[in-house]
Each structure stands twice: as C-alpha cells, then as structure tokens.
Design a protein around this ligand. Structure first.
Ligand code: ACO
Length: 324
C-alpha cells in the first residue's frame, strides 16, 4: 500500500479590478498589439487598495474547501506559496490558518517565486507521505502589482494578482501511475542566475520591498529548456509518455513560452490549459488558477493525468505529475 496525496478540491480568487492592455498603454509607452503579439496577455486583475495577499489566499482556500466538502478545522497543514507576503514576518500562511483552520495547525510560507506552487505541493505531499498530515491546503497567492515598477514597460505589462488553492487528502494507492493523487514531484534551482530575474530590494539589503528586474530574453531561453527537462523527468519517473498526459497545466508566464514548450514536447496544444490571456503572470498563483479554471469548466475530470510545470526567479523550476 502506498500513501497518495489526492487533490480533493480546487478554488481560486481574482481581484475584481481588471486592467486591460489599452488602459496600461495610457500609463506607459506600450500598445495592446505589442503585448498580445509578444506575450498573449490581454488583461490582468489588480488587487484593490488594502487588499492583501492573505485576503486573496483566504478567498481561494474557502472555495477549495467548499469544493472538497471539507471544513478548515480538518486541515493539519497550511502551505502558502508567495513572493509577495503581507509582512516580512510572520508568514502570511498564519493568517490563512487563523481565518479557516483550527488553533495550533501548522502553517508556513514557501518562497520559490513562480515555482512556488510546485514547491508547496511537493512539501505537502512529503508531509502526507511521511504521515505528518492527513489533510493539507496548498495555496499560491500573489499581489505582484505592489512590486512592479509601473514606469518599466519591459516588466509591468507581464504580471497580475490572484490566488489559487488545493485541498489535499491522504488516501491509499497501489503504487502505480494508475493511482489517483500526486505521482511524483521534481524540484530544481540554480542560484547562479539570480541577476536574470530578481527584486531589487529586501529586508537585509535595502530595507525596502523593491521592484522586479528581469532580463526577459535570457529568462525566456532558460524557461523553455528547463521546463521541457522537468516535464521529461516526470514522464520518465512514472514510465508514462507525453501521449498519456490529458492536460498540461503550466505556469502562465507568456503564451510563446507555453507554445514553445508544448512544441518541444510534441504535445497537442489543445491539451494545454491557458489562462495567461486573462490573468497574465500571477507567479505562484498561476498554476492553481489555471487548474481551477480547467476543473470548473469541466475540461479536467476525475482520473485525468495532469502535468504541472513552472519556472521562476532563483532560478527555480520543477514539475508535478498528478492523477485527478
Ligand atoms: N511595449 C512596447 N515595446 C516594448 C515593451 C512594451 N511593453 N517592452 C519592451 N519593448 C521593446 C523593447 O524596448 C525592444 O525595443 P528595441 O528593439 O527598440 O530595443 C523591443 O520591444 C523588443 O524587446 P525584447 O525584450 O527583445 O522583446 P521580446 O520579444 O524578448 O519580449 C518579453 C520581451 C515579453 C519580456 C519576453 O522576453 C519574455 O516573455 N520573457 C520571459 C520572461 C518572463 O516571462 N518572466 C516571468 C517570470 S519567469 C517565468 O515565469 C518563466
């Protein structure tokens, strides 16, 4: 018997305010045409004044708990993936635990930027497999609008705010790829690439939150190579082929990265869940937001094989193969 981490419910939350490319073009020197052609992004959601990362996370977690038919008091681990916490400390996960969980349930943040959700899922999966949790919540939530330099057109057009969550439950499996649940996770990082994608502030350097800085072309090149490799790793580890995958739920950075990765893998583009057009890049929130979109519109069904992959600042990257 193998312990499997099964996704029981998914939920998401997007702030009400939508910022279109045309509206952005009134603030910085850009155009709807340029943004759509280079990124596939048409709009992004922006948190309201005073709306915090934990507020977005709590809304998404409540929906995921409702979808799973679970009470927050059942949850014995809260993991929040974010690079834009409410405060330098404590972890924003503690606010989520306080809002929906039982007093004493452990909570912490995981910081791996755009790979944060895959990292968080791996952490929760290992807690569950080790018998330290039976029911866990992993939520990716970001308010990137607060760390954008709104005068820098090379970055401010790319990102948005949002949150997505999953409720995970320990179940018995047979130890094969036919099991429901997380079949494997694969995590990587290479800190030599810090200068390619970073925030130019922080408590121990400038004592400020800072703004995103990025060498877009280099990030793009590394993303396609690393993501393709992480996907292959997941397929090999589970002895499945790309044709066995029902849905690719990738980190949503840029439509061109999604297309290039799918092409390199020989994957039918119709099997890729795409939300970057409506959400832009929401960092750690983008995979669970896309997963929720696919589940809620009925494309992703129970029993489907879902491959998740992400890459972000660090660099960090990774993949997870999950049977729903
Ligand atoms: N509007 C209009 N023109 C612009 C804009 C803009 N918003 N931004 C840049 N330009 C201009 C540049 O100044 C440049 O002009 P020049 O030729 O006169 O110098 C021209 O457009 C081309 O710029 P490039 O940077 O070469 O454009 P590119 O095709 O590489 O696209 C982009 C840029 C979209 C950032 C792309 O490199 C990319 O998506 N990279 C991946 C980065 C990413 O997604 N990071 C997110 C985090 S990591 C991850 O999630 C994988």
């Amino acid at each position: 018997m193998t312990i499997r981490t099964v996704i029981q419910g998914v939920g998401s939350y997007l702030p009400e305010k939508v910022l279109s490319n045309a509206e952005l073009a009134q603030k910085v020197d850009t155009s709807d045409e340029w943004i759509v052609e280079r990124t596939g992004i048409h709009q992004r959601h922006i948190a309201a004044d005073g709306e915090k990362t934990s507020d977005l996370a709590i809304a998404a977690v409540k929906k995921a708990l409702a979808a799973a038919g679970r009470d927050g008091k059942d949850v014995d681990l809260f993991v929040l993936a974010t690079a834009t916490p409410d405060q330098t400390f404590p972890a924003s996960a503690a606010r989520v635990q306080a809002a929906v969980g039982r007093p004493g349930a452990p909570s912490f943040d995981v910081h791996a930027v755009c790979s944060g959700f895959v990292y968080g899922l791996a952490v929760a999966d290992n807690f569950i497999k080790a018998g330290q949790a039976k029911c866990a919540v992993v939520v990716g939530a970001e308010v990137f609008s607060r760390i954008l330099d709104w005068n820098d057109r090379t970055t401010c057009v790319l990102f948005g705010d949002g949150a997505g969550a999953v409720v995970l439950n320990a179940e018995d499996g047979g130890g094969t790829s036919a099991d429901r649940g997380v079949l494997s996770t694969h995590l990587h990082s290479d800190g030599r690439y810090n200068a390619m994608l970073f925030v130019d502030g922080g408590p121990s350097t400038t004592q400020t939150a800072g703004h995103i800085r990025m060498k877009g072309k280099e990030v793009f090149r590394h993303a396609v190579v690393n993501l393709t490799e992480a996907v292959r790793e997941a397929l090999v580890a589970n002895k499945v082929s790309i044709d066995d995958v029902d849905w690719l739920v990738p980190h949503q950075a840029n439509k061109r990265i999604l297309d290039s990765t799918a092409q390199k893998l020989g994957l039918d583009p119709a099997k890729v869940i795409v939300t970057v057009d409506r959400h832009a890049n929401t960092s750690a929130a983008s995979i669970p937001l896309a997963l929720a979109a696919g589940v809620e519109d009925g494309r992703i069904k129970r029993g489907n094989l879902v491959l998740m992959e992400a890459m972000g600042g660090g660099f960090t990257w990774g993949s997870a193969l999950v049977r729903m």
